[in-house]
Design a protein around this ligand. Structure first.
Ligand code: ZN
Ligand code: ZN
Length: 87
């Protein structure tokens, strides 16, 4: 035990991700946003297109991508993060 928990930039980013995600799901439910069926990155048609937030300061500015592209985007972001460059 005795693990110290500190608010790193990464945990701050994660809390921004979940609040942005909530804003989008609310907008989709309210009919203010339409979830597309085509990935904007690879063009694949998928029933489970996910919203990726390119800009966390703009909660409703999302990039719609398929699950595999979304994973790739986040792997790239993590790499950038380790190098200490801005997202
Ligand atoms: Zn894709
Ligand atoms: Zn994402």
């Amino acid at each position: 035990m005795g693990n110290e928990y500190s608010a790193t930039a990464f945990t701050i980013m994660n809390s921004m991700v979940s609040s942005s995600y909530r804003a989008v799901s609310r907008a989709v439910k309210a009919g203010e946003m339409i979830r597309p069926v085509v990935c904007s990155r690879c063009g694949k048609i998928s029933a489970s297109i996910e919203g990726h937030h390119a800009r966390y300061d703009r909660p409703l500015s999302v990039q719609w991508v398929c699950h595999s592209c979304h994973k790739k985007i986040h792997i790239a972001i993590k790499k950038e993060f380790r190098r200490g460059t801005a997202i």
